[in-house]
Design a protein. Structure first.
Length: 342
């Protein structure tokens, strides 16, 4: 706030901006700077394999995020390998194995080994022999920070000598996430942060605080439960969200993923010729749901946060509409005019 005050007091107002707009611009610029200024990508070594060590508490989304990250690298044409080093919970191993099968990525694991240090040593040997790159290690978590956990992570880090130590935090936990990030950074030494559950009510306060406390960049954000819901972190876009100014660029990117340009043009012509059918409506509902929760989509529009306070969005209504369309005959779906409404 002090930096904003210093920049605002006595500053010459641009002719195109009102005093209020000028203050917002100063706050926006300061937020961008606090959030890192520019996008920070995960560093890959020129001498593979790149080792990525994932750390965080239970419930932060660490295991799922590890798989999401592996999927991104696989799409880039790389040969990622996941390592299930959270040996405290057999369920965590099973979860990672299941996710690995889902995205067709090798998961190095063992139900017999109880020492994560030995497991990591074997995983590194396997990665070198099979030329896997990068190696993403899902380490142990706890319900809270304790000395035993930190010692284990320090030992694992010494064995892995990772190129990145990525702290995974739940953005919805607010100040708790900030305190935990500080502890992990002081005792383990993190190189970056991945914030999960950024599709919820959290506008970015956690991102702002974690970056300020640790001095480490936010590298990625999780925007949903689906395996493809992991995005690069853009400080300028997050600043827009914090100020309630929307995030149109991310909205466009999500729409481009869901909608094919040729299909969109074809749909446009159908609407112009009044040939839009229930089959088309059903397809549009499915594509829109593929983009994520409607509330999340609307929140990316400038000023939408005011509207969202006044309306209640029930995603189940889309399911009902789709069920009604499915109950129609093929002829009724193709030719809505034959349906007689009373």
């Amino acid at each position: 706030m002090e930096r904003v005050r210093q920049k605002a007091v006595g500053k010459e107002i641009l002719e195109s901006l009102s005093p209020a707009q000028q203050v917002i611009k100063i706050v926006y610029d300061e937020l961008c700077e606090l959030l890192g200024g520019t996008t920070s990508k995960i560093q890959l070594t020129a001498n593979p394999p790149t080792i990525l060590m994932m750390v965080g508490l239970h419930g932060s989304g660490k295991t799922t995020t590890s798989a999401k990250l592996a999927r991104i690298f696989k799409k880039q044409g790389r040969r990622p390998m996941l390592v299930a080093a959270d040996l405290q919970r057999p369920a965590a191993i099973e979860q990672l194995v299941t996710l690995g099968k889902q995205i067709d990525v090798v998961v190095f694991h063992s139900y017999e080994t109880k020492d994560p240090r030995l497991l990591c040593k074997e995983a590194l040997k396997k990665a070198v022999i099979d030329r896997m790159d990068p190696v993403i290690v899902d380490t142990a978590g706890r319900m809270h920070v304790d000395e035993e956990l930190m010692q284990e992570l320090q030992d694992v880090k010494a064995i892995l000598n990772p190129h990145e130590v990525l702290f995974v935090a739940d953005a919805m936990t607010g100040q708790d996430a900030v305190n935990i990030a500080k502890s992990f950074n002081e005792k383990i030494g993190i190189t970056g942060v991945i914030l999960t559950k950024m599709d919820g009510d959290a506008r970015g306060g956690a991102a702002l605080s974690i970056k300020e406390v640790t001095g480490k960049p936010i590298k990625l954000i999780g925007t949903g439960e689906k395996i493809d819901a992991l995005e690069e972190f853009y400080p300028d876009r997050m600043a827009n969200r914090i100020l309630g100014m929307g995030d149109v660029l991310t909205l466009i990117e999500q729409a481009q993923k869901a909608y094919d340009e040729k299909e969109a043009e074809k749909l446009k012509k159908k609407i112009e010729k009044e040939e839009f059918t229930f089959d088309d409506l059903r397809e549009q509902i499915r594509k829109m749901r593929k983009m994520g929760p409607l509330e999340n989509i609307l929140s990316m529009l400038p000023g939408a946060h005011k509207i969202l306070k006044e309306i209640k969005i029930d995603e189940k209504e889309f399911v009902k509409v789709e069920a009604i369309i499915n109950s129609m005959t093929p002829e009724e779906r193709r030719n809505p005019k034959i349906i007689k409404c009373k």
